[in-house]
Design a protein around this ligand. Structure first.
Ligand code: HEC
Length: 505
């Protein structure tokens, strides 16, 4: 995993071209991955090396698709490895069938004892299917945190349930007739089952609730999810239990990356970085000061902190002000002494925006910005009088390109009689459901959680983008699929249009 020998010294390997690799770069995990299930490096197939694959014989040979992009993508048959033949592969790059392995596979001068230790490790690696995989059921959960919009919650659950029903029905219909070579492979006929983990109360009690729910029903992965406050406790739980946590819809993903959690974006922290880049790029024309107004909650604090940090040493002074008061927010503190030439960033949700606009019909600063993530889809709460002036930091695609991406979503919703409540949000759920279907058909019966995350990393950019994001991509170690935002303005017809190119900070 780390390229450290039992002695504590770094592992050293030599490529066929005599180039030496050492430590982490030499670690078997670099190519064969954490799960041991292999990968694709460029166009070279790195074969699976877990015990199930190395020591299999005719009768118990498992099958893995190494990668959809590889020319020969089904794992190859070979006689079972022994300690001696494994040593030969590791030391000399010669496989059990006496074939010279690809020059990518380094040669390692390991002792017999070390080879034996590697062999023991590989024998237990991904030996059993992960928790959540039942005899004929594959269990998934989705997470809903308290205080979310009930319409969105209903929309998400409706979509997930329909997609699961659809997927399970298509498995039943499968007639065994061969359409493509892949149909020859044994299929996993497990039914997908969805359980909804609805959290209650304060975030610091969620860990306990999640543990209790998980104890009752272990799941293979957490799919989607909805939150408009912190996601950190779910993130930590998934990491601790080693559960893939796939693409939740949250304005506040965890800021540190962890192996098991994949996100659409960094949420409001990304918006802060985009705005900072936009302002910095204005050079002399940038405002000398930007006032940011936020609610003193998890999301507001995170956003404000991110913008302050992103503008450090930029010459733009950042002043942070908390908005207090509910129906009639107190603007005496939040909006005092704002000059026309200042910048103003409103990290406010729709209810706050509309309450503020009632007391403050015109904006005090020419350059005023609002957060796209915190706003509602249709901008109904955005007062008409503000529209010509205000700019939105907008993390989704706009216009025709956006419509092209989401055609499939709209058709699918129609065909299942499901409502379109929130386009960007539902497109996230839809993308995730299709992605899950793709992933599972790639994984075949190799239902290991680590493998799922690895495949997700490799495959995210490959499928068609049916989300409202312009482009989703991922690579080894990356955990945020969309990496930028537009600065957008309202056109005369009230529609948002891009004012800048896609800004990637
Ligand atoms: C730089 C990438 C890389 C690293 C690091 C690496 N391997 Fe490999 N390994 C490969 C590739 C590529 C193949 C497949 C070569 C082929 O089929 O021609 C392979 C094949 C193997 C095979 C033969 C599998 C079979 O199906 O016959 C074994 C065993 C193996 N590696 C073990 C290891 C071990 C143990 C380590 C760490 C000590 C390691 N490898 C590190 C790239 C790597």
């Amino acid at each position: 995993m780390e390229g450290i020998l039992p002695s504590g010294k770094p592992l050293k390997g030599k490529r066929a071209n005599s180039v030496e690799v050492e430590g982490a770069a030499a670690a078997c995990e670099t190519c064969h991955r954490r799960s041991g299930m292999g990968s694709l490096e460029g166009n070279i197939v790195v074969t699976p090396i877990t015990g199930r694959f190395l020591f299999a014989n005719e009768n118990n040979r498992p099958i893995a698709l190494v990668d959809p992009r590889a020319p020969k993508n089904v794992s190859r048959a070979h006689s079972p490895y022994t300690q001696a033949s494994l040593a030969k592969a590791i030391r000399k790059g010669i496989n059990v069938g006496n074939r010279l392995l690809s020059p990518l596979m380094p040669h390692y001068d390991l002792s017999n004892a070390e080879v034996k230790a590697v062999m023991a490790y590989l024998r237990q690696l991904s030996a059993d299917l992960s928790p959540g995989v039942g005899e004929d059921t594959l269990h998934f959960a989705t997470v809903v945190t308290p205080g979310v919009d009930p319409k969105k919650q209903e929309a998400m659950l409706g979509m997930m349930q329909k997609a699961f029903t659809q997927r399970n029905a298509s498995q039943e219909d499968y007639s065994g007739r061969m359409r493509m070579p892949i149909d020859l492979l044994p299929r996993t006929l497990r039914n997908w089952q969805l359980t909804v983990w609805e959290l209650k109360g304060a975030p610091d009690t969620w860990a306990g609730q999640l543990a209790e729910k998980y104890r009752k029903e272990p799941v293979f992965a957490v799919i989607s999810g909805l939150s408009n406050t912190t996601w950190q406790p779910v993130h930590a739980f998934c990491q601790q239990e080693k559960i893939p946590c796939m693409l939740p819809s949250t304005t506040l993903p965890a800021t540190e990356t962890a192996f098991y959690s994949l996100y659409y974006s960094r949420g409001v922290a990304l918006e802060a970085d985009v705005l900072a880049k936009y302002l910095r790029d204005q050079g002399k024309n940038a405002p000398h000061r930007i006032v940011q107004v936020y609610r003193d909650d998890e999301v507001g604090r995170t956003a404000a902190k991110a913008l302050t940090e992103a503008l450090r040493d930029s010459g733009i002074q950042v002043e942070s002000r908390v908005l207090s008061g509910q129906d009639e927010p107190d603007l005496n503190v939040a909006m005092k002494d704002i000059a026309n030439e200042d910048g103003l960033m409103l990290w406010l949700r729709p209810a706050d925006l509309s309450a503020v606009s009632k007391i403050m019909p015109t904006l005090p600063a020419t350059r005023t910005f609002a957060s796209g993530f915190l706003e509602e889809e249709n901008y109904a709460s955005m007062p008409k009088a503000w529209q010509p002036q205000i700019r939105i930091v907008y993390p989704y695609e706009l216009g025709e390109k956006r419509q092209k991406n989401i055609v499939a979503l709209k058709k699918w919703l129609q065909s299942w009689n499901l409502p379109l409540v929130d386009e960007t949000f539902q497109s996230e759920v839809f993308f995730n459901l299709l992605f899950l279907t793709d992933l599972s058909s790639q994984m075949l019966d190799n239902l290991y959680r680590d493998y799922m995350v690895e495949r997700a990393e490799d495959m995210l950019s490959l499928g068609s983008n049916v989300s409202a994001y312009p482009h989703l991509s991922s690579a080894r170690g990356q955990r945020f699929a969309s990496k930028g935002a537009y600065i957008a303005r309202f056109a005369e017809n009230g529609k948002l249009v891009a004012e800048t190119n896609w800004i990637v900070p």
